[in-house]
Ligand binder design. Structure first.
Ligand code: CUA
Length: 333
């Protein structure tokens, strides 16, 4: 294929690229525990504000009593607190803390129990890797990475584990934290009440790129979610001609397939993220960059410059194969 044809096909791909739609979720993702968008996060938020108001009131009471005692020593005229000493210690040191801490204990235990996954939830498996997330929908046979597409308003049970060290899943707008532990399964209730994108972050130090281990949770209308599933159950047939076929060929010959899978092709690598639908994801490298033609090209050329220490080495791809490879990958929607 001539380099002019490759260039023209690449340009037309970039011009037709639905860039705005794709990267929107990456830039608009919400991530604040103070703005809950799911029932689990609301419970945690309520508990938190209960503590802030309750402890704030006690703090002010203690301050007032302290000031009163300081002043009463200085100017004997100001009356002492109206209780006898032993009674004051009994009430202030025993009864009051019990009245405050016991209901708090009950409330905390209740919320902790309520935060367990709901029965009849949809199960999604999440595996932590240094430093990315493997996502599997066991009921639908879909495998993806770094993006968790869920139906809004539907309770999800995350079944989690880790392939290497301890990681922790935390989507502050949606729910609390749960660790992902190697050799063990942990469970997490995830539910978004509104359509939108929410940023989750690894919340347990797991090595050099711990801070760059993000995951986007994208909640869609249930109907849209069904369409999303349908579009992914059977992978598209591999291209047989043109720039895309050249791209797939470069993928197979340059060693990419040793680590990555693309369903429907002979690429079956398991070390890195599954790339069957990489073109539809909104971020690259677990939230490092928005997924655009340019950033994918930069990532393939030198991933160590963008995320030092990750397992992907720099690729040595023939110059004439470069644009076809990136065009092929970005076309995998
Ligand atoms: Cu994974 Cu921190």
């Amino acid at each position: 294929m001539t380099s002019k044809t490759i260039l023209n096909e690449t340009i037309s791909f970039v011009q037709n690229d639905n860039l705005q739609d794709r990267v929107k979720d990456f830039f608009e993702a919400k991530s604040s525990a103070f703005h809950p968008f799911g029932p689990a996060a609301e419970m945690i938020d309520d508990l938190h504000w209960g503590m802030v108001y309750g402890f704030g009131a006690i703090f002010i009471l203690v301050l007032v009593l302290t000031i009163m005692s300081l002043l009463s020593k200085r100017w004997q005229k100001i009356p002492r607190p109206p209780l006898g000493d032993s009674m004051f210690i009994m009430i202030g040191g025993l009864i009051l803390p019990l009245l405050v801490l016991f209901p708090l204990l009950i409330e905390t235990l209740f919320v902790t129990k309520e935060l367990q996954p709901k029965k009849d939830s949809m199960v999604i498996r999440l595996t932590g890797h240094m430093w990315w997330w493997e996502v599997e929908y066991p009921d639908h046979g879909i495998i993806s990475a770094n993006e968790l597409i869920i139906p809004a308003g539907v309770p999800i049970k995350l079944e989690m584990t880790s392939a290497d060290v301890i990681h922790s899943f935390w989507a502050p707008s949606l729910s609390g934290k749960t660790d992902l532990i190697p050799g063990q399964k942990t469970y997490h209730w995830l539910e978004a009440s509104k359509v939108g994108s929410y940023r989750a972050q690894c919340a347990e130090f797991c090595g050099l790129q711990h801070a760059r281990m993000a995951l986007l949770v994208i909640a869609k209308e249930p109907k849209e979610f069904e369409d999303w599933v349908k579009a992914r159950v059977s992978p598209p047939p591999p291209p047989t001609e043109g720039v895309l076929a050249q791209g797939l060929n470069a993928f197979m010959e340059s060693g990419c397939a040793e680590c990555h899978s693309i369903r429907g092709t002979a690429a079956r690598g398991k070390i890195g993220p599954d790339l069957t639908h990489i073109g539809s994801r909104s971020s690259l490298g677990a939230g490092v960059l928005p997924n655009t033609f340019g950033s994918l090209a930069g990532w393939v050329a030198n991933p160590q410059a963008l995320k030092p220490g990750n397992k992907m080495p720099a690729s040595y791809i023939k110059a004439e194969d470069y644009h076809p490879l990136i065009t092929y990958l970005m076309g995998l929607e």
